[in-house]
Each structure stands twice: as structure tokens, then as C-alpha cells.
Design a protein around this ligand. Structure first.
Ligand code: FAD
Length: 392
């Protein structure tokens, strides 16, 4: 029996596995996901945990539940190494698994070592643990005697803006929030409609923008900024770090072709150059669209790659032609606080509560497995009623 091993169970890995089992095989392969965590994280909805609009089981279902009724085997372990020549994945407990086809989908990390003090005092926002850490910190400050809660968010990209607005809605008048970015504008890669709508929401929430500003140093309760070569140290309660994505460390030690940022070079069929049995997708690859523009590290890209990756693995084992990856830009959605969002794509621009609803529905449809979609949908429909009963 052929063995397909998928390392990393995120947007690239999990969805590849789920697509592999839908394909028509002459001989069923063994499909194994190796993932260090016990829960899949639907990161575009991670912000909703801060405002408690959603619960963690909705956005981070357990793999054991998701894969319970499938042919996919899930091993909870950390990949320590990959022996490319012997086609073997090595786990931290030194167990190893041979593969016929390998999918590398280990994702990225947020580099906090770019500024003095960031690793010690700033919270990145990438994982469930980061969201819990932020929530706990906010809870402690909310219960303190402090009149204001001062939050500095490093980065004026999607994450920085979405986080700022969710936190602003949670803290209300107690929040003093600033976004710091070295560029001259925020959301520079966004469609004009989303950028304008987001800027208005930031203004309405009195969120301060420190543009063209560098961070010099972060300490326990202060941050030093540099604007036009003038330093300014300001007091702060929480610093959130949202900038940068670099491939997970283990990738650098693999003898695979990589670009300057350490991203794996792949061909148009998503195979690693010179290793046709290895596919790589998601945040750790350099991938292009049809116009040879480098694609950003997004769930949208990883999700679309997973479709082609599954198909091409099937084709390579069934001796059928492989397909070149074709990216379809579907637009962009941003949460702008509670009950508010903006979206642009496929000729549609929407904001306000309609955009909020559309974003929710699109993400509901994107959640892994039909059973999980049903459970979440049921909860959304019934929770207003449950809350009403609880509060009466
Ligand atoms: C807060 C936030 C919001 C986002 N919002 C959006 C959005 O709105 N739209 C959008 O398109 N994109 C969004 N993104 C980006 C998106 O989440 C990523 O681009 C996407 O998850 C990349 O998929 P991936 O499979 O490459 O990596 P991931 O989804 O990160 O999966 C990698 C998996 O590998 C596992 N892993 C790592 N190392 C090991 C190891 N050594 N052994 C075993 N397992 C390992 C990890 O635990 C993880 O589960 C957001 C990201 C964040 C952090």
C-alpha cells in the first residue's frame, strides 16, 4: 500500500488530506497527518476569541474529532527531521515513517527577534495559546484599578488592524490603542475600499496610528519609538507583535532548494524542485500566480494549493497528468470589530453588518468537514436564544 505522509495539519496539510480521501483511487493509499498540536486552528477567526464572539471549539476543533470517521490517520507528534534520500520522516521520539509521497505543510512562525525586548515582552498573535495569553492579560488589566489599558500593536497589516478593532470593542472607553508601522500607510496591499473602510473604523474607535515609526526597544511596561530620528519612550500595558512570517525552523536544515527568506522552491505542480515525490505548500513555499507574481502567505493560497496538491499526488500515483497550480484571487475580508467587517472581491464591495454576516458565512463554508460546519452553524443559530434564556 502506498503511503502519503503530510507533515503539518494546518490550512495546507489538513485540507490536502481531506481532499485526498474524496478522490477515486484504484488502490487506496495510507494517508497520515503528523501534527504537533491536538487542534486545528482556523486563524482568520482567531480574533473572535478576544471578543468572545466565538468559542475555541468552533475555531479550533480537535483533530481526533475532525478525522474520527475518515481514513486519515492522525499522529500527534513533532517532526524533528526529514531524511530526503531515504524518504523518511523522523519524529522527536526518534520514531520514523517511510513515505512514497510527502507533503510539507509546516507553515510559518512570527519572528519576534527583530527588535530588542520583543521576544520577552511582546505577544505574537498566531496560535491559540497567543490568543489565550492576550485574553488573560486583558482580563487581569480589566479587573485592576487602572483607569486606562494601553495597547500597542506593532504592524499595520491585516492582523494589526483586525486585532486593534476587536480589542477596542472589548475595552470600550478604557482602551487606549495605537498601531505602529514603519510604512507611510496601513493595509498597503488591500483594495482601496477595504483600506478606506478600515481607516474610518480606526478613526471612529479613536485608535492612534504611529506611521513612519520604528520600534527601538520594548521593555516590561514601556516601548521606545523612533519617528524621524527622534526617540520617544511611552508607557504601555500590552505590546502585540503582528509582523512577519518566516518558515518554521526545521525547514532551514533540510537540503531542499530555498530562496533568500528560506522558503522552499517548488515547481508549478507544487513539487519541490528535483524531488518529484515531495510536495510543499502554504506559508513555507515561494509560489507564483499565473502572471509570475509571488503569492502572499495566506490561508486562501494554502487552501487552493491543497486542492491541486491532493490532485497531483493522486495523478502521480495513478499515472495521470499533473496539473499546474492556478490561483484564483477571491478577494479580501477583514473583521472591523464586533458586528462589523469589510470585504472586496469578485466585483463586490460590502461593509458593516452585511459584510460581517457574509464573512461569517464564507468562513462557515470553509471550516473543515461538514459535521463541524453543522455544529458551528447550529450553535450560531441557537446561541441568541440560549443567551436570552441565560440572561432572563
Ligand atoms: C491571526 C491570523 C489571521 C489570519 N487571517 C487570515 C485571513 O483572514 N485570510 C487568509 O487568507 N489568511 C489569514 N491568515 C494566514 C493563514 O492563517 C496562513 O497563511 C495559513 O494558515 C497557512 O497555512 P499553512 O498550512 O502553510 O500553515 P498553518 O496553517 O500554520 O499550519 C502549519 C501546521 O504545522 C504544524 N507544525 C509546525 N511545525 C511542526 C512540526 N515540527 N511538527 C509537526 N507539526 C508542526 C503547526 O502546528 C500547524 O498546525 C491569518 C493568520 C493569522 C496568524
Amino acid at each position: 500500500m502506498k503511503k502519503i505522509i503530510i507533515v503539518g495539519g494546518g490550512f495546507g496539510g489538513l485540507y490536502t488530506a481531506l481532499k485526498l480521501i474524496q478522490l477515486d483511487w484504484t488502490q487506496q493509499p495510507e494517508i497520515i497527518i503528523i501534527e504537533k498540536n491536538d487542534r486545528f486552528v482556523f486563524s482568520p477567526l482567531l480574533y473572535e476569541l478576544i471578543t468572545e464572539e466565538m468559542q475555541s471549539w468552533e475555531i479550533a476543533p480537535h483533530y481526533a474529532d475532525l478525522l474520527a470517521n475518515t481514513r486519515i490517520k492522525y499522529i500527534q507528534d513533532t517532526v524533528a527531521d526529514i531524511d530526503i534520500n531515504q524518504q523518511k520522516v523522523i519524529l522527536t521520539n526518534h520514531d520514523s515513517l517511510l513515505y512514497d509521497r510527502l507533503v510539507i505543510a509546516l507553515g510559518g512562525t512570527t519572528p519576534t527577534d527583530l527588535v530588542k525586548g520583543a521576544t520577552e515582552y511582546a505577544i505574537p498573535f498566531r496560535s491559540l495559546e497567543n490568543a489565550y495569553q492576550l485574553k488573560e492579560k486583558l482580563r487581569q488589566l480589566e479587573n485592576s484599578e487602572q483607569e486606562f489599558i494601553r495597547v500597542a500593536i506593532v504592524g499595520g497589516g491585516y492582523s494589526g488592524v483586525e486585532l486593534a478593532l476587536k480589542i477596542a470593542d472589548r475595552l470600550g472607553n478604557k482602551g487606549k490603542i495605537r498601531i505602529i508601522d514603519r510604512g507611510s500607510d496601513i493595509l498597503v496591499n488591500s483594495p482601496e475600499f477595504n483600506q478606506k473602510t478600515a481607516k474610518k473604523a480606526l478613526k471612529d474607535h479613536q485608535i492612534w496610528l504611529d506611521l513612519e515609526t520604528e520600534i527601538e526597544e520594548i521593555k516590561e511596561r514601556e516601548i521606545t519609538l523612533s519617528y524621524k530620528n527622534k526617540s520617544d519612550t511611552i508607557p504601555v500595558d500590552i505590546v502585540l507583535w503582528t509582523i512577519g512570517t518566516k518558515p518554521v525552523k526545521i525547514i532551514n536544515k533540510l537540503p531542499l532548494p530555498q530562496n533568500k527568506q528560506g522558503k522552499i522552491n517548488i515547481n508549478s505542480q507544487l513539487q519541490v524542485e528535483n524531488y518529484p515525490e515531495i510536495f510543499a505548500i502554504g506559508d513555507l513555499v515561494e509560489c507564483y500566480d499565473q502572471e509570475r507574481k509571488v503569492l502572499p502567505p495566506t490561508a486562501q493560497v494554502a487552501f487552493q494549493q491543497s486542492d491541486y496538491c491532493a490532485w497531483n499526488i493522486w495523478a502521480s500515483l495513478e499515472e495521470k497528468p499533473l496539473l499546474p497550480f492556478q490561483y484564483q484571487p477571491l478577494g479580501e475580508m477583514l473583521a472591523l470589530g464586533i458586528d462589523n467587517a469589510t470585504l472586496s472581491g469578485l466585483g463586490i464591495s460590502l461593509n458593516g453588518d452585511l459584510a460581517y454576516l457574509a464573512r461569517r458565512l464564507v468562513y462557515l463554508y470553509r471550516l473543515p468537514t461538514f459535521e463541524h460546519q453543522l455544529e458551528v452553524a447550529f450553535n450560531w443559530i441557537t446561541s441568541p436564544l440560549t443567551n436570552l434564556i441565560k440572561n432572563s
